[in-house]
Every structure is written in structure tokens, then in C-alpha cells.
Design a binder for this molecule. Sequence first.
Ligand code: BTN
Length: 248
Amino acid sequence: MHKLTQKKVLKGLNPENIDFYLLKTVDSTNTFAKENPSDKEYLVVISEEQTSGRGRQGREWYSPNSGNIYMSIRFKDKNDSPLSLIVGLLISEAMDSTSGKKLNAGLKWPNDLLIDNKKICGILIESEVNEDDLEYIVGIGINYSLPKKESWWGEIGELADILPREKLINTILEGIIAYSKNGYKNWKSEWEKRCMHIGTELKVISNNQQDEEIGIFNGINEEGKMLLKTTNGLKSLSSGECSIKGVY
Ligand code: BTN
């Protein structure tokens, strides 16, 4: 396991703009970032373990101290593109540039990353008002290794060799900071290129888990909503109202 240091993680970034915490353990890096607003432009919290890691839709995020990445970044976003999709895209790109090869970490709408049908990364975005400004808390969980009892997970330990943690974190931070300053013009087409289920038939659970809808995934619109071609026509669905069933 590569040891994280502030120097390596923030390499090439301006430390004066970043309030940085590197923790051994914490309940949740997102909760920590929510409770500790900063005067600086960015707050970054990384922990080796989380005792109450949180996932989307109220789920738990299993977070043992086993060399995974648990990180949250808090900042203002003046762009009007859908942050949750952008962050997944930036992480998929960071994985390619860190490893120097096309890893093809596929995007599963809205923002999961999968390699060989295994979920390698999950993203939880929350927001908080700080002195009249809306600030986002982007929580990123990347799984390198999970204990054997998580048998659904299988072996992806070799990822640590091609994706050194400190370098991957550094590249992700670089990407998010650059995006927050300059935006991302072609995000929609780049997201669709990396999506693993364009043109695929999907089952979508919507309406508070009550309805199951089947359709062909026809990409996304400018708001990041999924476009689903159903027997009743093309529907646009937001991540708040539905999730995809059975892709992994
Ligand atoms: C998902 O359900 O897919 C989202 C998982 C997000 C997990 C990360 S780990 C760092 C940050 N802190 C948390 O408590 N959750 C996010």
C-alpha cells in the first residue's frame, strides 16, 4: 500500500488555496467536510478508514482500513453543468492518465465507475450553505481492495500497481480544481464515450422504488438526465428519481 503524504497528494497544486486534512480514521469524510467549513477555496479531507461511511440513497459505504481511497472535496461550483456526472468523468480520465493506459473504467449513470463489471468507485455529492454561498461536498470512494469475505468483489488488487493512490488522488484533485475554474466544454460527449451502457436495454427503478421501467439507454441530455427509449416514447429521468437495476 502506498503511504499518503500531503506533499505527494498536493504536488503541483497551490497549498494556499487548500485546507488539507489527512486522517487515520473518521466517521465519514463527507460529514467532516460538512461540519468544517473553510475560508480557503477548497477543503480536502482524506481518511484511511471511515467508521460510518455513507453511500447514495442512504446506503452504507463499507470503508475498512485496507488501502482504499476515501476523500471529500468541498468547494463552490459556478459552472452550470451537472457536477455529479462531471466528477465521474474526471475520475475515469484521471485513472487513464495516472496509469498511462486506457483502463476503460466505464461510467454507469449517474456516476459509478466500473472495471470488469466491478464497482471501483462511488460518488456522493452533498451541499451546504456557507455565508450565503452554496458549497458542494464531493465524496469519492475508490476500492482497491476489500477483505476476502466480500466475495462479490473478486480480485482487483493488482490495480494498486498501475494506479498508485497518491498519484491518482493528485490527478483527481487537479482535474476537479481545473474544472471548478474553467468548466468542461465537451463534458456530455466525453461522458457518453465513457459510458458502459449506451444503447443497452436497462431496467430502471423509479418513483421511490415503486415502478420498474424497461427501455434502451439513449444517452443523456444537457442537464445530465438519462434519456430512456421506452414503448411509451422517450423519457428523461433524473438521478433523484431513479436508479439502474442489475448492471453489476
Ligand atoms: C455510492 O453510494 O456509490 C457513493 C459512495 C461514496 C463514498 C464516499 S467515501 C468518501 C465519502 N465519505 C462518505 O461517507 N462517503 C463518500
